[in-house]
Design a protein around this ligand. Sequence first.
Ligand code: DI6
Ligand code: FE
Length: 397
Amino acid sequence: MLLTNLKAATMRDGYGLIADAAIMIEGGRITWIGPSAEAPSGHEATDCQSRLATPGLIDCHTHIVYGGSRAHEFEQRLTGVSYAEIAQAGGGIASTVRATRSQSKADLAASALKRLDALLAEGVTTIEIKSGYGLDRDTEMKMLKVARELSQWRPVDVVTSYLGAHALPPEFKENRQGYLDLVCTEVLPAVAKAGLADAVDAFCEGIAFSVEETRRVFAVAKSLGIPVKLHAEQLTNLGGSKMAAEFGALSVDHIEYLDQEGVDAIARSGTVAVLLPGAFYYLREKQAPPVAALRKAGVPLAVATDLNPGTSPVHSILTTMNMASVLFGLTPEEALMGVTANAALALGLKDRGVLAPGMKADIALWNTERPGDLAYPLGFNPLAAVIHKGEIVRGML
Ligand code: DI6
Ligand code: FE
């Protein structure tokens, strides 16, 4: 397939624009990209009518597999009850755990597909999905299997993370040690053996797990050869990011309360900062992540929906890009980097996120002129077509 008459935002080092571009695709890969005038000859060309091409978008932090609804907690929070108070009263994550445990794989897949479809309609071609609403061995494995199987039903690549250390399950309420033993000696090894997790995640926070507890889980992940990432510094500064950096974490996510020491630590370890403005927005947080310090230290910034039923029921990656700009001050260029090149980095994927020879042919085509148009509006979707693994899977060319 030879695509011509494109404006290409290659996302190599910023937008990396090619004004009148052509892209050659063979065997699911990009084999050539450059100015149309220099395109390889002898191929039938598809005229893309001057549309914008970007890498397929990557949502590098989601929790789309879960049962039940938390709409009532949204109402509660709006009457002044805090997220932490709801969690302490047995709601929050624990309520989603109850619902998720009771659902079949088919039910979980059916509801996850609806959420996934909303993201795919905006050009997503790779998604990361976490467990963490099962907390017992069988339900965590059920969630991860459902997540993996979604790619059989839709044109998308799924990357999974085991988030056993998300919350303390009710049956271990008085026994933190016991739960961590279960995670470290039974569930994580079983998940690893079944090849169900591409990474291990944890929620390091006052209302969840301490730095030392998280360290224990990460040590097991490391011994099993699985990379780690962390929900850190979302509501308070515990120093989780610094500890994660010691493990060479792929990413630290949220990080509103990250201090300079933490910034320096993740800069040294090459860890990506994943910004989640949806959770910031829904929790009406006041402290934005230290974007200026992260930029100065050269930390790659990614942006993700954090789609989850509690703190970020955000089903739109375009809206999330806009929020990253309006709420956190990212430029539209940084926001687009955050859902392409830097999101790939956050997942440890070297074969996507930029348009370049050798990369997977995952491409989004937009009815718009400038890449800055993607983060600019709210509630407007200019997606024209999607190519996944070299096949047109949405729209027409
Ligand atoms: N941080 C989050 O943003 C989600 N989990 C986490 O550790 C929220 C999970 C929920 O409230 O259901
Ligand atoms: Fe999350």
